[in-house]
Design a protein around this ligand. Structure first.
Ligand code: 1HN
Length: 346
């Protein structure tokens, strides 16, 4: 839709009102209120085999200590240098070298970690450590102290997903460093999973925050669930066998600002066209295949990361049996009554 003609008389008027911090809506109405989402984020893929050498170079360039967090940000090419992978979410690959510590701090942004390479590094959250294994989905809730360390002999890499743009949109960012590199540990490893992660909850416990009390969803358990699903029935034509990670205290998504999912696509499976308003970041955990996003074909293999922007119709095709982890702002959109999806070519 065109906006009304910009006559010399009208332009002169716009020029007169601009110094008063005024502007005519009718010049912008149809770009402010679009008939359907017009995401600036583009379909894009980061092949781990291409990114890994740069990550390892960064490992020699700066220490985790000096960097605070040694992260290569995944910059969506459509977002003009903004530190985002979708309009609302941050993603980056974090490297921690043998013997390093990423010092303790906290911030109001929530973070997820999805372990990509290496095993045995730890992250400590709110007084409890968890050991990171490939495919583990780990949560750092808003305003919790967190530090990471690697006592192994190998580099460890994970994907960070944060709600940075959401928090900044609302001007609600707070952050502070902890006085020491590592926080004190007050509970043994596995305590949260034992208390909250077995379809049981402590008898007198009431949730005080909106984030799941389980902060590591181990891949071993997730994979077992997916294997049973794949064995027990036919895949959904749009999603394959897809699950969402939940907060066991509420049944809602595990995090209040980032929705997380995992799906298995059988070998040879081709999904039907699907779109939704939550721009989504995918990680290929196992397998290989391709995702057609509008006119773009993204070919993925293990450890690759790719993004499907809001409302772009896409299909997955799995060459081998494949597992995809994904995250998006769907949980926020659902809370606000904004989330939509469409199946088929609707
Ligand atoms: C952060 O604190 C971490 O704690 C990772 O590991 C990535 C990206 C932007 C801002 C803060 C971490 C981050 C981050």
């Amino acid at each position: 839709m065109d906006h009304p003609a910009r006559t010399p008389e009208r332009q002169a008027f716009y020029d007169r009102i601009a110094p008063g911090n005024l502007a005519p809506l009718w010049e912008q109405l149809h770009s402010l209120v679009t008939p359907a989402p017009v995401p600036r984020a583009e379909p894009a893929i980061w092949h781990y085999r291409d990114v890994r050498p740069f990550l390892m170079q960064s490992g020699h360039l700066i220490s985790a200590q000096e960097a605070t967090r040694r992260v290569l940000m995944l910059m969506n090419p459509g977002l003009g240098g903004q530190a985002s992978i979708t309009g609302s979410l941050f993603a980056g690959l974090q490297l921690i070298m043998p013997g390093e510590v990423a010092p303790a701090h906290r911030h109001t942004q929530s973070a997820l970690r999805f372990v990509i390479e290496g095993r045995g590094a730890y992250t400590a959250v709110d007084g409890e450590r968890t050991t990171m294994e490939p495919g583990d989905f780990i949560i750092t809730p808003s305003w919790t102290w967190h530090d990471h360390g690697n006592d192994t002999q190998e580099p460890v890499v994970w994907l960070d997903g944060l709600d940075i743009q959401i928090v900044n949109l609302l001007n609600a960012s707070f952050a502070e460093g902890y006085p020491k590199d590592t926080q004190p540990i007050s509970r043994p490893e596995g305590d949260s999973l034992a208390r909250y992660g077995n379809n049981l909850l402590p008898i007198d416990w009431k949730p005080e925050v909106k984030t799941s009390p389980v902060f590591n969803y181990p891949y071993a358990r997730t994979r077992e669930a997916l294997a049973s699903l794949a064995k027990n029935g036919a895949p959904d034509p749009y999603h394959g066998h897809k699950l969402r990670y939940v907060n066991p205290a509420s049944g809602e998504f595990a995090m209040p600002t980032i929705a997380t999912f995992v799906q298995v696509l059988p070998a040879g499976f081709a999904s039907l066209p699907y779109r939704s308003t939550d721009g989504t970041v995918f990680v290929c955990v196992e397998g290989s295949g391709e995702t057609r996003v509008g006119d773009t074909v993204l070919r993925w293999e293990e450890r690759d990361i790719f993004v499907v922007p809001s409302w772009v119709s896409h299909t997955h095709h799995a060459a081998a049996e494949s597992v995809l982890f994904s995250f998006s702002d769907r949980v926020v959109q659902e809370k606000l009554g904004l989330w939509r999806e469409a199946r088929g070519n609707a």
